[in-house]
Design a protein around this ligand. Structure first.
Ligand code: HEC
Length: 97
């Protein structure tokens, strides 16, 4: 089931345009790459460090203004994904080791 969910998340990544700003190759572009971020610490521009877990990813997607990753000038747009889309994208990001 995890693999199916991740595959659905890959579809969301493309169809909802996340791929315009996020790569899965390790190379950051407008936004941070998604490769290998799960379980890592990320530095926010307010000085805090947070661990990338499910709660953080869900917050980043649903309330992109709440936290900003340090070093990125753009803020992520709010993209109103369904609960199922959010869950699948999180599974996809987790699968990108
Ligand atoms: C117009 C560009 C753009 C698009 C489109 C976009 N993002 Fe982002 N995203 C960003 C930027 C810039 C950041 C870093 C700044 C911030 O945290 O707001 C970010 C941060 C994130 C983070 C936190 C990543 C980290 O390393 O901490 C997640 C998760 C995320 N985006 C998910 C998504 C998803 C899911 C989609 C598609 C539904 C999406 N983004 C579409 C620009 C974008």
């Amino acid at each position: 089931m995890g693999a199916d969910l991740a595959a659905a998340g890959e579809e969301v990544y493309r169809s909802r345009g996340c791929n315009v700003c996020h790569t899965v190759s390790g190379q950051s572009s407008i936004g941070p790459t998604w490769k290998g971020i799960y379980g890592q610490e990320v530095q926010l521009d307010d000085g805090r460090t947070v661990t990338v877990d499910e709660a953080y990813l869900e917050r980043s997607i649903r309330e992109p203004d709440a936290e900003r990753v340090e070093g990125f000038s753009a803020t992520m747009p709010r993209l109103d994904l369904s609960d199922a889309e959010v869950a699948s994208v999180i599974a996809y990001i987790r699968s990108l080791r």
